[in-house]
Design a binder for this molecule. Structure first.
Ligand code: NAP
Ligand code: MG
Length: 479
């Protein structure tokens, strides 16, 4: 079986300990690759190399235009290898091929965006009282530790790596143990595109080791984390030790609010993918459908019909729309929540069963829960599986109140033909990204991030510059 080695300072190497671990295909439960497992010594070496490289200036002081050109070249290489990367992502993460291709295309778009943005990261000139000139510089932070989850491995890696590099930082990426392969390949591509030695490392290391050795390392200047709220809180505490800069993109429990005047069929067609896409393993999953009571029954019928038509199956089958969950544990988590929902008094309108024709993969039929009260745990906690709760409401005020009655605040949607209402509700919902008559709120060019326990900091768009730069203010006296 093929072994994927670490990327350490831009070179492919085995772990110092020689340790490896197997990756399982979620669709079959069978091992398909071995991956080198980074340990403390590998992390220590990578941090020292990244720090030395940062200090030499081979990247941080390279012209911004030259940095951008390398990212643009990498984007082209990602597009050339789209099929190879998509197949890896489909096998490793259980994603349907059509989604995997879209995601590889997205990663290329992110590299292109930052390739073009690199030489547009600018300071200001500021009028001040003293005679002279006050200017600000945007300087790279230093060595960035980028910790990514398994739900969108390549996309989220690109969201962090591309802006961090465009700003002139060196990076150490800690991918999720379940899905490290596409990130290792992205590092190869960046090296091939001309990234100088020492700028990037990708270290598949167990989470706890990464927490203790990487996050707390005094030479790490910035930590960017995407994952669970629980681990995010732990990382924030670890960062306190050295006052390390940190940004967190955590869980969600998005409300998808449908008013009676909305185009119900269009909303349903979109909403099934907004919660069951990626098998529900999406921090933006619209997992709480709030539907105005006068159309509640009609909406549920349309929703059940469209859900029944979803094609659940093997990721490599071109017809498949919904693949398996990432792991047996992640499927069990959904099954436990479904059992809990019924104890709490909810009704399973459909789905929630393990399909018998796919015995070895981690498949689960998308489930719709009705008779749900927003205070129930299934409506409050992030399930991260193919489960949606449908909750009725009467008034606009009630819809906003229910939408906000959770600990999270990442995303949400509003469906209505009434423009004034759309705006009032979008303003009223305490979440970082909202969409109106659409469930698409993630765009390469626009800021993305959460309120409340969904974290802080904005990735994507030029807002991400704030995450990966320090601002230096310099006054030049003219006397
Ligand atoms: P997780 O533990 O938060 O994992 C996310 C990343 O953090 C992985 O790379 C993980 O490495 C790493 N990690 C874990 N413990 C760490 C530590 N002590 N120090 C530093 N890094 C650490 O998420 P999970 O356990 O895979 O998933 C559990 C739940 O989290 C999901 O059901 C979902 O609710 C939520 N989640 C949210 C997102 C999101 O996009 N916001 C993504 C994934 C999961 P390992 O791979 O080695 O564990
Ligand atoms: Mg975990």
């Amino acid at each position: 079986m093929e072994t994927a080695y670490l990327v350490l300072g831009g070179e492919r190497v085995p772990a110092v300990t020689g340790k490896t671990f197997p990756l399982l295909e979620p669709a079959t439960g069978q091992p398909f690759m071995e991956v080198a497992e980074a340990g403390r010594e590998d992390i220590e070496r990578a941090v020292r190399i990244a720090h030395q490289t940062f200090e030499t200036g081979s990247w941080s002081r390279l012209s911004a235009t030259a940095r951008g050109r390398i990212l643009l070249k990498a984007a082209t290489l990602v597009r050339e290898r789209l099929e190879q990367l998509a197949t890896i992502e489909a096998r490793n993460a259980g994603k349907p091929m059509r989604d995997a291709r879209d995601e590889v295309g997205l990663a290329a778009a992110v590299l292109e965006y930052w390739g073009g943005a690199a030489n547009k990261i600018m300071g200001e000139t500021i009028p001040v009282q003293d005679t002279g000139l006050e200017v600000t510089l945007r300087e790279p932070v230093g060595v960035c530790a980028l910790i990514t989850p398994w739900n969108f491995p390549l996309v989220i890696a690109s969201w962090k790596i591309a802006p961090a590099l465009a700003c002139g930082n060196t990076v150490i990426v800690k991918p999720a143990q379940l899905t490290p392969v596409s990130t290792l390949l992205l590092a190869d591509i960046l090296m091939e595109a001309g990234l100088p030695p020492g700028v990037i490392s990708v270290l598949p290391a167990p989470g706890a080791i990464a927490g203790n050795s990487l996050v707390t390392h005094p030479l790490i200047s910035k930590v960017s984390f995407t994952g669970s709220t629980e681990v995010g809180a732990h990382i924030m505490r670890l960062c306190a030790e050295n006052i390390t800069r940190v940004s967190l993109e955590l869980g969600g429990k998005a409300a998808n609010i449908v008013f009676a005047d909305a185009d119900l069929q269009r909303s349903v067609n979109s909403s099934v993918f907004a919660v069951f896409g990626n098998c529900g393993q999406d921090c933006c999953a619209r997992s709480r459908l709030l539907v105005q009571r006068s159309v509640y029954e009609e909406f549920n019928q349309l929703l059940a019909a469209r859900t029944a038509a979803l094609r659940v199956g093997q990721p490599l089958d071109e017809q498949t729309e919904i693949g398996p969950l990432i792991s047996a544990a992640q499927r069990q988590r959904s099954l436990d929540y479904l059992a809990l929902a019924q104890q709490e008094g909810a009704h399973v309108l459909m789905g929630g069963n393990v399909p018998s024709e796919q015995p070895n993969g981690y498949f689960l039929q998308p489930a719709i829960l009705t008779q749900v009260d927003n205070r129930m745990r299934v409506a409050q906690e992030e399930i991260f599986g193919p489960v949606v709760t449908v909750i009725p409401f009467d008034t606009e005020e009630e819809a906003i109140r229910l939408a906000n009655d959770v600990a999270f605040g990442l995303s949400g949607s509003v469906w209505t033909q009434n423009l004034g209402r759309a705006l009032r509700v979008a303003k009223g919902v305490r979440a970082g990204v909202l969409s109106v008559n659409s469930n698409h709120s993630v765009h390469t060019e626009a800021p993305f991030g959460g309120y409340k326990k969904s974290g802080f900091g904005r990735e994507m768009g030029m807002h991400a510059v704030q995450l990966y730069t320090e601002v230096k203010s310099i006054f030049f006296s003219q006397e």
